[in-house]
Design a binder for this molecule. Structure first.
Ligand SMILES: NC(=O)C1=CN([C@@H]2O[C@H](COP(=O)(O)OP(=O)(O)OC[C@H]3O[C@@H](n4cnc5c(N)ncnc54)[C@H](O)[C@@H]3O)[C@@H](O)[C@H]2O)[C@@H](O)CC1
Ligand SMILES: Nc1ncnc2c1ncn2[C@@H]1O[C@H](COP(=O)(O)OP(=O)(O)O)[C@@H](O)[C@H]1O
Length: 534
């Protein structure tokens, strides 16, 4: 199987930096032509979806910089396809002449395009070529961009105007696009925050920047997808057994919240754990074995040295013995830091900066899994370093990275766009799934899925280390999946399962683990054996 490359995004600033050597080598015009050609192809695609191309009208709102230049060149190409191409400048000089890319306008005029003060009411497509990666300060929406024809599709050139291509922040006004055609690389600002809401369907046009783009964190934001998740959570080896598939310790649930123990343990088992061992009070132990006869249960949990990953937190009763239960898990991981640790739900209110420091110093692989509210409360207790008085660093991704780096633990911030960051700045976006997951208990399931994915990885590492020892280190050192990538893969599996089960008309967290099982089975063994989520 040839591995498809994992999608990624970089900041707009990184793209600008990547362009610099090419601009210095006199390739600016060629880059722009390339971008304009890609933009024109996507506008044609939109036009074809609406009717005949010849005779259609495309207007572009054109700014003063190269973003406007792209739009003008694209209009010139479209004009040659029989499209009525109209350029609307958004800035004029003191003599009333448009301030825009001179060569682009000359090309459009030569092709038979026209200029106008307003977007014609008959426009089928409006290209937003006002501001791209050069956007600074605030965007005051010009009159020409207000009240666009209701039937026109808006296609943004590179970045919707008003969106910060680095962060997704919208400053001043912002343009809402149906399609954003972006050049050189996906921009992080199109995948995060309000920028993601405004960008619509994002299409990437390769303009040959690849070798010049940054390859390392913190510039890259990787995007989790199915093939990548499948590589990170592979089918068990033919000679695999329960220990090589990973043992998950699940410290969850309480007399008050027994269901969380069931959901988390079910998530671990259905995601393929070799064994799940639940530690809890009699009530939760009974509930877990009733739901899963294959689960092990005890008051104290599995032996630290036999455990590959621990999940702690879902449904702990913080008015009861929750801190003691958390400490037992922390100490088990300190005793065997080969085991990964998932800190979820109630445990997010129990973990201290000192706990995290001890775990980091022991080399443990820790992932905290807050939703937005838990993240806000966590960072009140354990602040983001460098945050201003209001507790705000520049943007969410930067805050996550700063916190993770300071405390040596990965963070998986749950939500409609789940983000995972690791202490070295590695970051993943998981955009799979939708609001069907927004029901109580789905996070508990995720904690178990995450435990299983991390346990499988820890068990594989242990086995590889043993085999390495047996061959006196002669073997090749394999690529080691990172903690952040594994966590993002688990979130992808969970979200895909949610989408699968929603399509099948099931909407509760209780049925989600079975859908996880179906999703994993399809991933491992193909459609024929993966029927449960259908
Ligand atoms: N640099 C290159 O070689 C390439 C650039 N490309 C395009 O060029 C764009 C970047 O071009 P530029 O660097 O010229 O930047 P932009 O065209 O994004 O914007 C710069 C212009 O907008 C003005 N401006 C900035 N913030 C403003 C605000 N808040 N309100 C009003 N005006 C504002 C600036 O004064 C400047 O005139 C990219 O997004 C992409 O579309 C592509 O053609 C590919 C090649
Ligand atoms: N609108 C949404 N779109 C996509 N995923 C969502 C949405 N709302 C919630 N989720 C996902 O659902 C899960 C909810 O987890 P959590 O808030 O911990 O719930 P609980 O504590 O009830 O188990 C997370 O994986 C989150 O990413």
């Amino acid at each position: 199987m040839t591995a498809s490359p994992t999608p990624f995004a970089v900041t707009g600033s990184a793209v600008r930096a990547a362009e610099e050597p090419l601009l210095a080598a006199g390739q600016g015009a060629a880059l722009m032509r390339c971008a304009a050609w890609g933009l024109a192809q996507h506008v044609l695609r939109v036009l074809r979806g609406r009717g005949p191309v010849a005779g259609a009208t495309v207007a572009a709102l054109v700014g003063t910089g190269n973003n406007g230049g792209d739009a003008l060149w694209a209009l010139a190409l479209l004009r040659r396809r029989g499209v009525a191409a109209v350029a609307v400048p958004i800035a004029r000089d003191e003599h009333g002449a448009p301030r825009w890319h001179a060569e682009g306008w000359a090309a459009l005029r030569a092709a038979g395009g026209t200029a106008a003060d307003v977007v014609p009411a008959r426009a089928d497509v409006v290209v937003d070529g006002m501001l791209g990666t050069g956007f600074r300060g605030e965007f005051a929406v010009p009159d020409a961009a207000r009240g666009l024809p209701a039937g026109a599709a808006v296609v943004a050139c590179d970045v919707p105007s008003g969106v910060d291509a680095d962060t997704g922040e919208v400053r001043g006004g912002g343009v809402r696009a149906e399609v954003t055609v972006t050049f050189g690389a996906l921009k992080t600002g199109l995948l995060l925050g309000d920028g993601a809401d405004l960008a619509g369907d994002v299409r990437l046009v390769d303009i040959g920047l690849g070798p010049h783009l940054p390859s390392a964190p913190p510039e890259r934001l990787r995007v989790m997808d199915g093939p990548t998740a499948a590589r990170l959570h592979p089918a068990p080896a033919a000679d695999g057994h329960k220990y090589t598939r990973g043992v998950v310790g699940v410290v969850a649930g309480s007399a008050r919240y027994p269901g969380a123990a069931v959901l988390s343990t079910s998530g671990a088992l259905e995601a393929g754990a070799g064994m799940a061992h639940h530690a809890g009070p009699a009530t939760t132990r009974a509930a877990v074995v009733t739901a899963h006869p294959e689960a092990l249960v005890s008051a104290e949990g599995p032996a630290p040295e036999r455990t590959d990953a621990w999940v702690v937190g879902p449904g702990l009763d913080t008015e009861d013995d929750a801190r003691e239960r958390f400490i037992r898990v922390r100490d088990a991981v300190l005793a065997n830091p080969r085991a990964a640790l998932v800190v979820d739900a109630s445990a997010l209110t129990l973990v201290t900066a000192e706990d995290l420091a001890a775990l980091r110093d022991a080399g443990a692989r820790v992932v905290l899994t807050p939703h937005a509210g838990e993240w806000a409360r966590l960072t009140e207790r354990i602040p983001v370093p460098g945050a201003d008085g209001a507790g705000h660093a520049p943007d969410e991704l930067a805050r996550l990275r700063a916190w993770s780096a300071a405390h040596g633990a990965a963070v998986l911030l749950k939500g409609p766009r789940t983000l995972v960051v690791a202490p070295d700045g590695e970051a993943w976006l998981m955009g799979e799934g939708g609001p069907e997951l927004g029901v109580g208990g789905t996070g508990d399931v995720l904690s178990g899925v995450l435990g299983a994915v991390l346990a499988a990885d820890a068990a594989r590492r242990a086995r590889a280390a043993e085999e390495e020892g047996a061959t006196c280190g002669a073997g090749e050192v394999e690529h080691v999946p990172t903690l952040a990538s594994l966590a993002a893969a688990a979130a992808w599996l969970h979200a895909r399962a949610g989408a699968d089960q929603a399509r099948a008309g099931r909407m509760t967290a209780g049925t989600l683990p079975a859908a996880v099982g179906g999703t994993v089975a399809r991933m491992w063994w193909g459609e024929a054996r993966g029927t449960r989520a259908d």
